[in-house]
Design a protein around this ligand. Structure first.
Ligand SMILES: *[C@@H]1O[C@H](CO)[C@@H](O)[C@H](O)[C@H]1NC(C)=O
Length: 445
């Protein structure tokens, strides 16, 4: 039997593929699996599931600022009513983490501190005399302070993306007991992986990250952790210096605690000190707003802020941005309203009309326009790439927008506002009425 079989085999002509084909086919089959495995070994696989029980806050379609460079936003050209311009809300923004990429929304709730979810988090670095060791006297160590950081000194922060996921009863995974629901939602942070300066393995990682769509690191943080979640996660509390304030705040991640992702982010930003993500503490004294803001006697409540610079809301007239943009030096990139990190972008009237506003109504709600926004160098940072332009728009603004005697050496653009009520609503398209105009005099911190 067997010899017959063998005999047959020798007589039937067969196609014999060369050995190299076998090898090539084997490699083609195994390679994807091998690479996939490697991404795991290198811990590149960080894409996470969408937060359960929640929906993502913000626009799903195009930004309302896509047409911001259209000619019709150059000045007062939209519908005129009795000779007066009709102002409208064009675009609304929140910045969950101070100085990081914002989230554009269609509508928002305005609470005493500004837009809900705005500037509830901030990165900070430990500053003071270094190095510190176990033997350093306590007194010396105590001189170290957590100081907030911004794009002013670290432009690449503009590339740290943020998302807010809010509890949504219509989600199939929603339950009142779900941790994401109990924490009032989830903050999602995304930042580019380090690729360039890690030598050969860094390059391999970089290529694999791109091939497998893992070029971003993704982190989930409970938006407003409950006392149990604070205890469970071991979040500590410390003072964080922001301008002249030192609010006691919650540390939700820190290089002192070996949170791997925050070490990665620290090297991405090129920081060498200890580095942490803080959250506004709801248990501690909030930052109260005085200076040009209306007083409690007038408002009926004490205005406070999260990690905003100074006031709850920032409103920006697109016509003013366009006018500044038209005056920039040749070769400067087109100026976007986004460079100024507004909460509310408005259109309708002429450039700089807002300079003298004192009180306005947006939709059905009133706002006090407390003062002008004095600009620093931050608007020179491209809000998408995080590259800082060497001179613009600082130079042009300094040329003709030093208009406030309260800070005569600095340029102004945009206005700071305090909501008249602790609970109002706003949405894109809302009409704005100017109720009162007058003088402004900026008050420094
Ligand atoms: C901002 O512009 C002013 C006026 O041109 C200039 O004197 C100043 O040095 C600029 N600041 C920086 C840091 O470029």
């Amino acid at each position: 039997m067997s010899s017959q079989y063998l005999g047959l085999a020798t007589h039937v002509p067969r196609f014999e593929p060369p050995l190299t084909t076998y090898i090539a086919v084997s490699i083609a089959c195994i390679l994807p699996a091998l690479l996939w495995g490697l991404t795991h070994v290198l811990a590149l696989h960080s894409r996470q599931d969408k937060p359960e029980g929640c929906r993502k806050l913000g626009l799903s379609g195009k930004s309302h600022l896509v047409d911001e460079h259209d000619d019709r936003y150059k000045g007062a050209v939209e519908g005129q009513q009795n000779g007066a311009a009709t102002w409208r809300v064009k675009s609304l923004w929140i910045y969950p983490i101070k100085s990081c990429r914002g989230v554009e929304v269609e509508r928002g709730t305005i609470i005493g501190t500004g837009m809900e979810y705005d500037r509830q988090f901030s990165f900070a670095q430990l500053s003071g005399k270094f190095p510190v060791s176990a033997n350093t006297p306590q007194e010396e160590k105590a001189k170290h302070t957590w100081k907030f950081i911004t794009q002013r000194s670290l432009p690449p922060m503009a590339t740290i993306k943020t998302e807010v996921w809010v509890p949504d009863p219509s989600s199939p995974t929603y339950s009142g007991w779900h941790p994401n629901v109990r924490s009032g939602g989830v903050l999602v942070i995304k930042f580019p992986r380090i690729q360039s300066d890690e030598g050969f393995m860094g390059k391999v990682k970089g290529i694999l990250a791109l091939v497998f769509d893992q070029a971003e690191r993704e982190i989930h943080i409970p938006f407003n952790p409950t006392p149990e979640q604070i205890a469970q996660n071991g979040y500590a509390v410390d003072d964080m210096e922001i301008w002249k304030d030192r609010p006691r705040s919650l540390i939700v991640a820190s290089t002192e605690k070996d949170d791997l992702w925050i070490q990665e982010l620290r090297s991405y930003l090129g920081i060498t000190n200890h580095f942490a993500l803080f959250r506004v503490s709801t248990d501690d004294q909030p930052r109260e707003v005085y200076r040009c803001a209306p007083r409690k006697e007038e408002l009926g409540y004490q205005p406070t802020i999260g990690f905003q610079d100074a006031y709850p809301l920032h409103i920006l007239n697109l016509a003013s941005v366009r006018d500044v943009g038209s005056k920039l030096q040749k070769g400067a990139p087109p100026l976007s309203a986004r460079n100024f990190r507004p909460n509310i972008v408005i259109t309708g009237g002429g450039a700089y009309d807002e300079d003298s506003w004192k009180r306005i109504k947006i939709g059905g709600y009133q706002y006090y326009v407390s003062c002008r926004t004095v600009r620093c160098l931050l608007p020179n940072v491209n809000p998408i790439t995080g590259q800082r332009h060497r001179s613009e728009p600082n130079r042009t603004l300094k040329d003709f927008r030093c208009i406030d005697a309260g800070d005569a050496k600095n340029a102004c653009l945009g206005m700071q506002m305090v909501p008249a009520l602790e609970d109002s609503q706003m949405q894109v398209g809302d009409e704005i009425k100017v109720l009162e105009t007058g003088e402004h005099l900026y008050m420094k911190q």
